[in-house]
Design a binder for this molecule. Sequence first.
Ligand code: PBG
Length: 332
Amino acid sequence: MSLGRFPATRLRRTRQAEFIRSLVRETQLAPEHLIQPLFVAEGELIGPIASMPGIRRLSLDELVTECRELYALGIRLVALFPVIPAALKTDDGREALNADGLVPRAVKAIKQAVPELGVMCDVALDPYTTHGHDGLLDERGNVDNDATSGILRRMALVYARAGCDVIAPSDMMDGRIGDIRQVLERDGHKNTLILSYAAKYASAFYGPFRDAVGSSGALKGDKRNYQMDPANSDEAIREVAFDLEEGADLVMVKPGLPYLDIVRRVKDEFRVPTAAYQVSGEYAMLKAAIANGWLDEKKALMEALLCFRRAGADLVLSYYAKQAAVWLGEKA
Ligand code: PBG
């Protein structure tokens, strides 16, 4: 690469005005790159989430209205997270297999109202278990990998039959992508997409999400024997390789901003559709600083989202997706 010499080369020339800055801009951000996570609830669980200002646990009616608005703004995929009442939570999370459960009903309602909008469903047991873990516990209190994978494949089938477009296993069991792919193929769902939470780290940044779905108070211990150690990077490559081999169509890195080096490595190594998740704790940090007047909301958010794209993320899950789509629309 020729580095150029001053003054023949002045790097500030291409920064001098917006016309030239926009001509040399390397990365674009559009509403189509954004995925909106949505919480759905019923009865007294509907309402605001204290640690996530501006985000609500939506009723089914509110959910449908929200999806119409999101589609009109250019958002093409939403990610559903159910808030399950304590009375329906069990040690084995069996409500996850209920074909008339909250998620299947929510998927059907959205697909009926906005059929063009893609619907993604999280596959993991934590919203449904009394202990708040993503799977079934063995007698020593550890999440049993193979038994959990057996439940998750049934759960994925329930969601696919309800009309879910994208199955998103977020549990980090070994081998579950292959299990789910096999059951989908056998049941005739050959076009159901799998977006695997391939490199999901055991992170402190999920706190507000666990408040939102009511799993934080219940969670016994932590998730470090199934979610990844934040210290590891090579291991993320192995996780992604396995999930792709087993049938994932898209892979995700999670959390977001502190893990952009992983996003870049995954994109460079595999060249497959790669998503990143700006998680609840990242959202809460931004909102807290903004509430104090310490950051400019629009500038800070749009910069963060652009940086995900620059790092190699094709798609970004963000609780700010709708707001960003509104701002992107105003620019055009
Ligand atoms: C559950 C799940 C979690 C998130 C998405 N799916 C929480 C966890 O693993 O404990 C976190 C999302 C966020 O923090 O925004 N398997």
